[in-house]
Design a protein around this ligand. Structure first.
Ligand SMILES: [Zn+2]
Length: 242
């Protein structure tokens, strides 16, 4: 099973052959979630950055599943608008500050990823370009652009769903958050409702491929000689009148 993706896709330019399921080891167990710890270069004698991260930030809770569900609903809005279905919500405590969905096509905006939309809306609402103490839930692994914006906003925690092996910047292609020179604030957890988030993308691209095939088939039928002519017998021998 693979995520076959239209190469013209924007936010989710996932290649064909993308694993729909995380690789399964020989015991059949799923691999651990992607967890990128906040690196604290100032931590004295810290054996590694993971040790500096409070346990509650690296464990998935019912609360996480709830907010990821809201991000999935935002992704549905993207799909309804004909955009690649990726959604995000930005949360402070138990309050949803903002949501966003992917819309680069309709917005004529290469930066209009779901995370960027949610970050912009939240910053406007809170009147602050920094959003410390906030969490960002997004259905697809953030790209490098969004990772940069997340760091600039000083988001405390990012929770993402499906991995993006083509542009993912939380471990799939690069791990921007693992660089202690870049990241001082953000803990990242991936793979939350991964199958569900990935299914939304797979179904979107399957529908789009089907629509393309149907358009091509219709165009081929229309281009056949006489295809657009009304069916009639043009052989005068067979005519019974005039
Ligand atoms: Zn992005």
């Amino acid at each position: 099973m693979s995520i076959d993706v239209d190469p013209s896709a924007s936010q989710t330019d996932l290649p064909a052959g993308t694993p729909a399921q995380p690789a399964v080891d020989q015991t059949g167990a799923r691999p651990p979630l992607v967890v990128t710890a906040t690196a604290d270069p100032n931590a004295p004698n810290a054996p590694d950055a993971q040790a500096a991260v409070p346990k509650e930030l690296t464990h998935i809770t019912e609360r996480d599943l709830h907010f990821m569900g809201l991000a999935q609903a935002a992704a549905d809005e993207a799909r309804a608008a004909g955009e690649v279905p990726v959604g995000a919500v930005l949360v402070r405590g138990d309050e949803v500050i903002a949501k966003g969905f992917n819309h680069p096509i309709s917005g004529h905006d290469p930066s209009a990823h779901a995370e960027m939309a949610a970050l912009r809306a939240a910053a406007q609402r809170l009147g602050n370009y920094r959003l410390p103490g906030c969490e960002l839930y997004v259905t697809l692994e953030p790209c490098l652009m969004c990772a940069g914006a997340i760091m600039h906003a000083r988001i405390a925690r990012v929770v993402f769903g499906a991995r993006d092996p083509k542009t993912g910047a939380c471990g799939s292609v690069v791990d921007a958050f693992a660089n202690p020179q870049l990241n001082h604030h953000t803990t990242v957890i991936g793979g939350v409702l991964e199958d569900e988030c990935g299914d939304a993308l797979r179904s979107f691209f399957a529908d789009r491929r089907r629509a393309v095939r149907e358009r091509r088939a219709a165009a081929a039928r229309d281009s056949e000689p006489g295809a657009s002519e009304p069916l009639q017998d043009t052989n005068p021998v067979n005519r019974t009148t005039g």
